[in-house]
Design a protein around this ligand. Structure first.
Ligand SMILES: Nc1ncnc2c1ncn2[C@@H]1O[C@H](COP(=O)(O)OP(=O)(O)O)[C@@H](O)[C@H]1O
Ligand SMILES: [Mg+2]
Length: 463
C-alpha cells in the first residue's frame, strides 16, 4: 500500500497510541492529537492526507473539527471514529463530507481496508506513485547519450550528486543541452526519488504570483484565498525543486528565495509560523550568472549560495562526437515507436550534421529527426529530408545585394539548379527567421510591403 500522512484525533490515549503503532507498521506517517483544538492546529500546520477523527471529545467536538477541515481543504479524507451504536451521528458527519466511519471497538485491519478504499477513491496518490515508477525508468542515466569525454564527466558527476546529500546545484548551459533531463535523472536516482520533482520556470512567473506559488498561503490571507494552499516548496518537501532560468528571478524574489536556501524555512502568506522544508535545489541558467552579479542584476550572496556545485553543459557544436550517436539513438527509438522503415543516416547527412552549429542543441537535433518521421520518409536519410538551414550549410551561395551585410543570408544551390520560386521562398523563410517571424521587419528586409510579403507567404503555404 502507498504510504500517506495521517492525523489521528481522539481523546483516548490508548486509541491514539494503538492506531499510531499499527499504522506506522503499515508504513504510514502518523500524527496524533488529543483534543479538537490541537487536532485543528496540527491539521493546519501539516495538511495531512487523511484524518481519523473521534466525534465525542471535550472542548470543540469532532463535528466542528470536521467542518473546519472541510473548509480548509475539502479534498481531505476524514474518517469518523464513533462509539458503538452512534450511527446516526456518523451519517450526519458523512453528509458534512466525511469519507466513511468506523465503530468502536474495531479490528485494526479495518483501518487498512478503509485507507485502501479511500486511496482507490481518491486515486491521486496511486497515480502519482505509478508515474514516479515510470519516471524512474524513463530517466535512467543509461539512456542519456554521451560519447564525448566532457559529457561523460558530467554524467559521472551527476551520479555522484544523486547519491550525495548535496542540496544545491547550479547548471549553466544553453537551451536544449540536457539540463532538465539530467536533473530528473539525478532526482530519480537519489534517496529523494519517491518524493516530488517540482519544476518552476522563473521566467514564466509574474512577480506578484511568485510568493503565493512558491510559499503557499493560509485561508483568508487575501480576498481570493478561499482555502489554504501549499506552495511549491512545501509540495516538493523531501524531493527536488528544479528552478529553470534563475537569472530571470526578480531581485525581491531572490531575497525571499535566499532565506529558503539558507535557513530552510519559509512562511505561507498570512501565516506567522515558519514551515521548514527539506529540498534539493537544482537551478539552471543560460546566462553567465557571474556577469549578471557584476552588472548588479543578480544577488552576489545568492550566487555564492547556489554555486556550491557548478556544472557547465557544453553546447552540442562543442562536442561533435555526440552528434551522430545521439541522432542514431533518436532514430532508433522513434523507429520502434512509429514502425517506420528508416534504414539509416546517409554519409552526406552525417557530414551536414557535423558541420551545422545546432543553436537549439539536442532539442533541435531531436526535432529534426522527429520531422523526418512526421514527413513519412522511408529508407536512407538524405540531405533533401533536412530543413534548409541544415541542408544549406556548406553550399556556397551568392549574397543578395540589399542585405549583403547579413552573411547568413544565403540560399542553397546545388548541381541540379534551383528554381527562382524556391529562391524566393527560401529568402522569405530566412528573413522571417532572422526577424523572429516579425512580418513587418521581414518585409522591410526584403524590400517588400507587408501585404506583398503576406501574399507570398500564403502562396508558399508559410501562413
Ligand atoms: N544526452 C542526451 N541523450 C538523449 N537525449 C537528450 C540528451 N540531452 C538532451 N536530450 C533530449 O533533448 C531534449 C532537450 O533536453 P532538455 O533537458 O529539456 O534541455 P534543457 O533543459 O537544457 O533545455 C529533451 O527531449 C531531452 O530528453
Ligand atoms: Mg529545460
Amino acid at each position: 500500500m502507498q504510504s500517506v500522512k495521517i492525523l489521528v484525533v481522539d481523546d483516548e490515549e490508548l486509541i491514539r497510541s494503538s492506531i499510531k503503532q499499527y499504522l506506522e507498521k503499515e508504513g504510514h506517517e502518523v500524527l496524533t492529537e488529543g483534543t479538537g483544538e490541537d487536532g485543528l492546529k496540527t491539521y493546519r500546520a501539516e495538511l495531512p492526507d487523511m484524518v481519523f477523527l473521534d466525534l465525542h471529545m471535550p472542548g470543540i467536538n469532532g463535528m466542528e473539527v470536521l467542518e473546519a477541515i472541510k473548509k480548509i481543504n475539502k479534498d481531505t479524507v476524514v474518517i469518523i471514529i464513533t462509539a458503538h451504536g452512534a450511527v446516526e451521528t456518523a451519517v450526519s458527519a458523512i453528509k458534512l463530507g466525511a469519507f466513511d466511519f468506523i465503530e468502536k471497538p474495531f479490528e485494526f485491519s479495518r483501518l487498512s481496508i478503509l485507507i485502501k478504499k479511500a486511496l482507490e477513491t481518491v486515486d491521486l496518490k496511486k497515480e502519482v506513485n505509478f508515474l514516479r515508477g515510470e519516471q524512474h525508468q524513463k530517466y535512467r542515466f543509461e539512456s542519456i547519450i554521451c560519447e564525448s569525454e566532457i559529457m561523460k564527466n558530467i554524467i559521472s558527476l551527476a551520479k555522484k550528486i544523486a547519491e550525495s546529500d548535496a542540496n544545491t546545484v547550479l547548471i549553466q548551459g544553453e537551451s536544449g543541452t540536457g539540463k532538465t533531463l539530467i536533473s530528473r535523472a539525478i532526482h530519480y536516482h537519489s534517496a529523494r526519488a519517491s518524493k516530488p520533482f517540482v519544476e518552476i520556470t522563473c521566467t514564466a512567473l509574474p512577480e506578484t504570483l511568485v510568493e503565493s506559488e512558491l510559499f503557499g498561503y493560509e485561508k483568508g490571507a487575501f480576498t481570493d484565498a478561499k482555502s489554504a494552499k501549499k506552495g511549491l516548496f512545501e509540495l516538493a518537501d523531501g524531493g527536488t525543486v528544479y528552478l529553470d532560468e534563475i537569472g530571470d528571478m526578480k531581485p525581491s524574489t531572490q531575497a525571499k528565495f535566499l532565506k529558503v536556501i539558507e535557513e530552510k524555512v519559509f512562511m505561507r502568506i498570512g501565516s506567522l509560523k515558519e514551515t521548514s522544508v527539506d529540498v534539493r535545489i537544482i537551478a539552471t541558467t543560460n546566462r553567465n550568472l557571474r556577469e549578471e552579479v557584476m552588472k548588479g542584476n543578480f544577488r552576489e550572496d545568492l550566487y555564492y549560495r547556489l554555486n556550491v556545485i557548478p556544472m557547465e553543459f557544453p553546447a552540442l557544436r562543442n562536442r561533435k562526437e555526440d552528434i551522430l550517436p545521439t541522432a542514431m539513438y533518436f532514430l532508433e527509438t522513434m523507429r520502434k515507436e512509429c514502425r517506420r522503415n528508416i534504414t539509416g543516416i546517409s554519409k552526406d547527412v552525417q557530414g551536414l550534421f557535423l558541420k551545422y552549429n545546432w543553436p537549439g542543441n539536442i532539442r533541435e537535433l531531436k526535432n529534426v529527426i522527429e520531422r523526418v518521421f512526421i514527413l513519412g520518409i522511408e529508407g536512407q536519410l538524405l540531405p533533401e529530408h533536412l530543413p534548409l538551414e541544415i541542408a544549406g550549410v556548406g553550399r556556397e551561395a551568392p549574397v543578395l545585394g540589399s542585405v549583403h551585410d547579413h552573411d547568413e543570408f544565403r540560399f542553397p544551390i546545388s548541381d541540379d539548379g534551383i528554381s527562382i520560386e524556391e529562391v524566393e521562398k527560401e529568402f522569405i523563410i530566412q528573413a522571417l527567421r532572422m526577424t523572429a517571424e516579425n512580418q513587418t521587419k521581414a518585409a522591410k528586409l526584403l524590400g517588400l510591403s507587408r501585404d506583398a510579403l503576406r501574399y507570398r507567404m500564403q502562396k508558399f503555404k508559410l501562413l
